[in-house]
Each structure stands twice: as structure tokens, then as C-alpha cells.
Design a protein around this ligand. Sequence first.
Ligand code: 3PY
Ligand code: MG
Length: 317
Amino acid sequence: MKPFLVRCRLIFFLFVLTSASIVFRTVMAEEPIPRINRYIELMESGKPAFGIFSSNVSSRTGASVSSSGLDFVIIDLEHSPYDVTRLEAYLLGMLNKAEIAKNGLKTRTVPFVRVPAAGREQLQFVIKQVLDLGAMGLVVPHVDTAEEARAMVQASRFPQLKEAPDYEPAGKRGIGYGWAARYWGLSGSEYARRADLWPHDSQGELVLWIMIETADAVTNCRAIAETPGIGGLFIGPSDLAFSLGVPLNDPAVDEAIDQVVAVAKETGVPLGTLCSGKDVPKRLSQGFRFLAVGSDGGLSGSVQEAVKTGRSWKASD
Ligand code: 3PY
Ligand code: MG
């Protein structure tokens, strides 16, 4: 064979080898990387999750809450000003370089955001803005019907590939995820792939909690729970009592809660609510799987203890 032809064949062979190695490395790069939403890990392993509501929306609160050891925080933009600039600062405050260096991308305290728009208002832009800042969970108040729940699912998902088995409910979230991907520590394409609703997408890292807090929502609770994309039902006892037209301690509220508990058990959808420390055992035995047990306001237990000790101190002690 002529030397020129030999050289051509060699070059061609090297070209094929290099291409194959690039394809191999790309495929390897697509290997699933470990979960980054620790709340999902807790649910999948059958462990309960505990968090708080946070309405002091600032970077410093984000920093202290994320160092608290809580499983989740609900940053409340329903009953505090809807200010996405402050939300951005809060979420950035939650980042801790030392923790990332030690534990990788998995988020210790998972940031959920309660949006101000009720399910019935279906304001897609609110969900889009919150997710684009990097939230890993959404809490939507006042969802009364399965249609509203489905609309919230659609607002939270990107449109999937045509052939995807979980294409429906068709996503409507607009594409503009650069900041969120950076916040999660992923490439844009990896974020787009993983920013989907768990457990509908078993690899998804986003969670959507629907609040059950009206008489209509209790009536429609099963259809809401069965809406693909719902990651949890969250009972709001105060609104529920107002909606039922009774005081919070009325037995009608407990009866409504029992109905939701039964639906959650039958459908397997995780159930949560807020409660005091003393009610934690009762709620866990009822089958609640995530509990908001306080808020960022007020004094911590140790401060209260210190003040109590100080006030009761006498020189003779
Ligand atoms: C309610 O009790 O109505 C709530 O929304 C809890 O935050
Ligand atoms: Mg409420």
C-alpha cells in the first residue's frame, strides 16, 4: 500500500477512536448524579421531615436557618411581602461553601417557597420567578379542585420531550433557568433534566405541596391527591377552620383533617401540616410525614431558658 494511503487510514482510525472516546465520555457524564434534594431522600426512606416557616426574608435568616439542621424551610411569601429580590438574597444566604466542600451539592435544609398566588388564581409567572431563583419546593395555598392542582403542576414543569412517558400534565414553565442551574450547582442541561416534579418523575428534584385549607379542598381532596405531579398535601388548619365557619378547636376541623389523612393513606401522597412540639407524636401517629414545627420569629428555647434562669437568680444562689 502507498505510504499516503497508509497515513490516511491511520488518520481515519485515530479520528474514529477519538470520536468514540468523546461519545463514551459524554454518555458517562450523563450518568445520574446523586440526589440533591434531601427531603426527597427522607420521603423515599420512610423518615419524617421537620421544618419551620420563615418570613424574615433576608440573607442572614437564610444563613442561620440553613445551619439549623432542619430538613426544610418554607419561605413564606404568602403572608409576607412578595419580594423576589429578598427571596434571592435569602436563597443565596443559605449557601455555605464549607458545607458544600464537605457534603457536595445535597441540600441539608431544603428551601420551599410558599407563593402568594392561590391555586384558584393560577398565576404562572409567580411560580416561574420563584423556581428560576433556585427554590427546590413549592407550597401553593388555597387549591380547591383537581383542575387547579393540575394547573399548578403544569406551571412548575418544563415541557418534556414528546416521547417522554411522563409528558402529561404538559409543562408550561418558560425556559430561562441559567440562574437556577448555577444555584443548584448543575449545568443548564442537567438542571433542565432534573428540575421536574417528584415523584411523577422519579429522578425529579422539585417538590410541589398543595395546601388543603378549604371545605371545597377537603371535598375534592382525593382528586387533588391523584393529580400526577403532586408531591405532598399540606393541611392549613387556620384557613380550614375559617372556611368551615368554626373555631380552630371545633371537632369539625378534626373531622375534616381525618378525611384528608384517610385520602393521604390510600393514595400514598405524603401529608404535612404545622403543629406545636406537643402535637408532634399525635401527628406522626396519624401518618403525617412532614411537619412545620415553628417559625423564625421569637426567641429560641435556649434564649428563653437563659432569660428564665437570669430572672429567677438571687445573689444567695
Ligand atoms: C393555615 O393554617 O391556614 C396555614 O396556612 C398555615 O400556615
Ligand atoms: Mg392558610
